[in-house]
Design a protein around this ligand. Structure first.
Ligand code: ADP
Ligand code: ZN
Ligand code: ZN
Length: 723
């Protein structure tokens, strides 16, 4: 008999220990998947430590393992990754391990799992089976391609490799060098970064017949086009079935199949969203994080890890003989990454400043909204000159993309004679007016009510609207252009039905749309060939936001949107980006107009350094949700009291020491109340990452023991993205 240590899906705030002990007739290797009893339940677990020597009486007290799943163990590298992530993000290892495994695995007993493996083996013996669906998809996409008249062969299975640009050649050569540092591929939109990823993947996979690669993209980028591009290229060379997807939109069975393919080494390339960073890939040699600045890489619930940062860790922890290369790609890197690739030199920066086939970057024009006469503005809030530019493009057969980050018709209704506003009764937010179904809808708690006929407070019949959303913009555009041209709105409302986003995208690609209106959903990744005008209707709000990362996000969003314009070199000469603003002299817009990300980043870094903010300090947030704001804050106050009084926290209390950790007072969160739950947060900050890590690790057990009267939930967020 042997003692076996196992981690289970027990979150850190449950009162169970992180690792539980069981006994088994054989010693089990690290990473073995097992099923074990816990109370009345049977749970999936992972063997977490080598077998311990125990004496008989000790072993007799342990419960036996129920069964061992018949699949190779997950291996030391994977266990180390999960262990690191759990330590860094202050989670239990079991919680992260489970986030890394396909959900279906938890529900399969030994017999069901064996059946699944058998079925899989049978399917593997018909390797060409998948092809019928692939061909169907390729021809569908190619069909669209022909309609738009593009024939660069990116989309579809027979993607012919093109000749690399000199910049691409040089970057590829640098990627082949021995420099072990993480790479930042700093490339303009349309500079051909994806082509570089593909070439590098092909090299790495060709050099070692077992090698595997992982490509991560932001949630929103994982389109059928993207998928077809990677699949077409890699499967043509390395065989059908060698590319698998990994994202949360897949069915449980699909996720299990992808996970197994990656774990067993059959998949040579995994293409996925942030959750793919935790995939078991025993022969992983290359990780690409595309659009590395994208906030969707940081999970906002559950284990709150940063997939980008874990990708860098995963590469750095690899041995020198089996080195994993990591490439972070972006036209607007996160300020942290930029800092690492410049000042600090921790990353190697590789530049591709030019667009492919000398397509020019679009010209940026700032529309000074202070000069617009109120009566002259179009109903959707457009300056007349912008409306004229849109019309002109449509008449030339070119497409316009209009971007407004507010869905609905009007963000708030108000009474003309009293204080009444369409405030959501459950949230610290307003209900938004949706004209199409004449409803008021809260975008935070989804509360939907009908529009009052008269003011609920004073009975006044004159209820007005404030602000403008995408629905209003669409209505105005249809009224102006609708008889001759097609206007399409793309936002969470217009795409809520399953498959409708894909259908709408296809119609844009097919050239059926002249003016595309939408929220930030429209700005990312889609390769619309005939777009020569991109306009941001109201981008100013982020300029003065409390969140210090808001300017960074605005810059990248606008740059990304600008990147949609003029991707076709033959039209790039006329490509323009229009920004409607009250602050045309703002440095953010100035640097954007010059397409000068380095200048923008320099201003951000200077501000952050002066204010000792990340990347010049390290942060964590404790968040608490309670029935009242007082109770939520009381929880945070007692958490702070622990640090102030317990002797154990002495090392972090001395303001003169470099290990000093600052605890800021508990405050309401920016969105203070959602669905009648009050939210509070406390910021923890330190100049040293190590000091912060150690302090949090010591704090965690105290937090778990704190009284939680009236507190529904609390969570620790390390390296939070929004404060
Ligand atoms: P990015 O990812 O940097 O925005 P892409 O890799 O999507 O850019 O490339 C933009 C377009 O240029 C794509 O249509 C791609 O097929 C094309 N392209 C990339 N590299 C080359 C090349 N060397 N020659 C011709 N076309 C290229
Ligand atoms: Zn009123
Ligand atoms: Zn609400």
């Amino acid at each position: 008999m042997y003692g076996v240590s196992v981690v289970l899906p027990t979150p850190a705030h449950s009162r169970l220990p992180e690792v539980l002990s069981y006994r088994h007739s054989a010693s089990l290797p690290l990473g073995t998947l097992v099923r074990v009893p816990l109370g009345a339940r049977e749970l999936l677990g992972v063997v977490w430590m080598p077998a311990q020597g125990m004496d008989e009486p000790e072993l007799a007290t342990l419960k036996p393992i129920t069964s061992v799943l018949d699949v190779p163990p997950l291996g030391k590298a994977w266990v180390d990754l999960i262990r690191f992530a759990a330590g860094y993000y202050q989670r239990f290892a079991g919680e992260l391990a489970m986030a890394a495994l396909p959900p279906q695995l938890r529900d399969l007993d030994e017999v069901q799992f064996a059946r699944l493996m058998k079925k899989r083996e049978k399917m593997m013996s018909f390797p060409r089976r998948r092809e019928s669906t692939d061909v169907a998809m390729d021809s569908r996409l190619r069909g669209n391609d022909q309609v738009t008249g593009t024939d660069d062969g990116v989309i579809g299975g027979n993607d012919a490799a093109c000749e690399l640009s000199p910049e691409q050649e040089q970057v590829l050569a640098q990627l082949q060098s021995d420099d072990p540092r993480p790479k930042l591929l700093f490339g303009a939109t349309g500079s051909g970064k994806t082509e570089v990823y593909l070439r590098r993947i092909e090299q790495v996979l060709a050099a070692d017949e077992k090698a595997q690669a992982l490509v991560m993209v932001p949630e929103i980028n994982l389109t059928p086009q993207m998928e077809a591009r990677f699949q077409g290229r890699i499967e043509a060379r390395f065989g059908a079935g060698t590319v698998v997807l990994m994202h949360s939109g897949m069915t449980p069975a699909q996720r299990t199949a992808s996970w197994l393919a990656a774990h067993l080494g059959h998949a040579r390339l995994v293409l996925g969203t942030r959750l793919a960073v935790l995939a078991s890939m025993p022969h992983l040699r290359l990780i690409v994080v595309d659009e590395e600045h994208d906030p969707s890489y940081k999970s906002q619930d559950g284990s709150r890890y940063s997939a980008r940062d874990l990708a860098v860790y995963r590469a750095s922890s690899s041995g020198s003989s089996e080195r994993i290369q990591v490439i972070l790609g972006s036209a607007t890197p996160s300020i942290e990454t930029w800092h690492n690739a410049n000042g600090v030199g921790r990353y190697q920066r590789l530049d591709m400043p030019s667009r492919i086939s000398s397509a020019a970057m679009p010209k940026v024009r700032l529309v000074d909204m202070r000069l617009q006469q109120k009566g002259e503005l179009m109903a959707g809030g457009l300056a007349p000159a912008l409306m004229a530019a849109i019309t002109e493009r449509a008449e030339r057969g070119e497409q316009t993309l209009l971007f407004l980050n507010r869905r609905g018709y009007a963000p708030v209704l108000n009474c003309g004679s009293c204080e009444w506003k369409s405030a959501c009764p459950n949230c610290s937010a307003n209900q938004v007016f949706h004209k199409k179904d004449r409803r008021l809808r809260c975008h935070h708690c989804s509360l939907t009510t009908s529009v009052p006929r008269q003011c609920p407070l004073c009975g006044n019949l004159d209820i007005g609207m404030q602000g403008r959303g995408t629905e209003q913009l669409e209505e105005m555009l249809v009224a102006q252009l609708g008889t001759k041209f097609r206007v399409l709105r793309l936002d969470a409302d217009s795409t809520s039905a399953k498959g409708s986003l894909e259908a709408q995208m296809a119609s844009v690609h097919a050239g059926e749309v002249d003016v595309l209106v939408g929220t930030q959903m429209v700005t990312k990744g889609h390769d619309f060939r005939r777009i020569t005008l991109v306009a941001a209707v109201n981008p100013d709000s982020a300029l003065f936001a409390a969140d210090f990362r808001a300017p960074e996000r605005l810059f990248s969003l606008l740059m990304q949107a600008a990147g949609r314009a003029g991707r076709d070199a033959s039209m790039s000469g006329q490509a323009e980006v229009w920004l409607q603003t009250q602050h045309p002299q703002h440095l953010l817009y100035k640097t954007l107009a010059a397409h000068d990300y380095p200048a923008f980043a320099a201003t951000q870094l200077a501000e952050r350094e002066a204010a000792a903010m990340p990347p010049f300090s390290y942060q964590a947030l404790v968040r608490a949700e309670g029935r009242t704001q007082e109770l939520a804050q009381a929880f945070l106050d007692s958490a702070a009291a622990v640090v102030a009084t317990e002797p154990e926290f002495e090392p972090w209390r001395d303001p003169a020491s470099k290990n000093y950790v600052t605890l800021y007072p508990a405050v309401p969160m920016p969105m203070q109340r959602i669905a009648n739950v009050e939210r509070a947060q406390m910021l923890v900050e330190a100049p040293s990452r190590m000091a912060l890590q150690r302090m949090l690790a010591s704090w965690q057990p105290y937090l778990r023991e704190l009284k939680t009267t009236g507190v529904l939930r609390w969570a620790l967020d390390v390296d939070p993205l929004t404060i």
